[in-house]
Ligand binder design. Sequence first.
Ligand SMILES: NC(=O)c1ccc[n+]([C@@H]2O[C@H](COP(=O)([O-])OP(=O)(O)OC[C@H]3O[C@@H](n4cnc5c(N)ncnc54)[C@H](O)[C@@H]3O)[C@@H](O)[C@H]2O)c1
Length: 248
Amino acid sequence: MKRFEDKVIFLTGAATGIGEATAKRMASEGASLYIVDVAEEELENTAEACRHLGAEVTARICDVANEEDVSNSIKETINLFGRVNVVANIAGIQTWHHTSDHPTSDFERTLAVNLTGTFLVCREAIPYLLQTQGSIVNVSSTTALAGIPYSAAYAASKAGVLALTKSLAVEYAKKGLQVNCVNPGGIKTAMTRMPPIDDIDMDLLLRQNPLSSFVAPDAVAGLIAYLASDEGRHVNGEHVRIDGAALA
Ligand SMILES: NC(=O)c1ccc[n+]([C@@H]2O[C@H](COP(=O)([O-])OP(=O)(O)OC[C@H]3O[C@@H](n4cnc5c(N)ncnc54)[C@H](O)[C@@H]3O)[C@@H](O)[C@H]2O)c1
């Protein structure tokens, strides 16, 4: 299946995990890619893998929380490829604290990367996405839908991503833009390692574990690709859980 032939994809968080898997999935389906991340070596590995799959790829270091980085990256995408059809906001960080000890700086950085970063990419890309009647897929989380202990900043940021997604969908649907988010849980990536903090209540922590098993990030890549493809076109302003029935 080649659903992304002639499509230009701007994708954040491409170095590892869900972003890496999604970049490869879209490359294998004919996309041209502009991929960004802050992890240089892993990003270049993803770019090489995508080139081997036949994709034209530009990879750049870009901190999504940095307004200038984001603006420059979107402008360069347009300069190089002439358009952008799909934006996938996948970059994210997770921080773990007992909330009574949560440093403000860490709270703010988590929101800056996960929520402000997603907003900045959307804002800069929307004028160009309106020209292509394009699609945005943001990555929220099951933590936006049900409480998680020790990760309040992360959960708040992901709930913000969900609200941002729906607001943009309503604001721009009549102009032909599609905006959805996915809410993963229990995906095997660096992010789902044991939290590096003491005094953890495991029962609370496991509340959002899948009833089946943890799965590889390719599962989320497939969902993002569906939403971003013409097949998923009528799904708009939706959030889609992909969590092995954790929150069913
Ligand atoms: N793994 C899960 O179960 C799960 C569940 C829900 C949501 N998510 C979300 O999926 C997305 C991908 O996470 P993952 O699980 O693949 O983990 P991951 O750590 O492998 O991937 C996150 C990527 O984002 C990049 N990144 C971090 N800060 C950045 C910044 N400021 N600018 C640009 N890139 C930056 C990292 O370098 C990394 O490549 C995240 O938004 C995460 O919150 C993951």
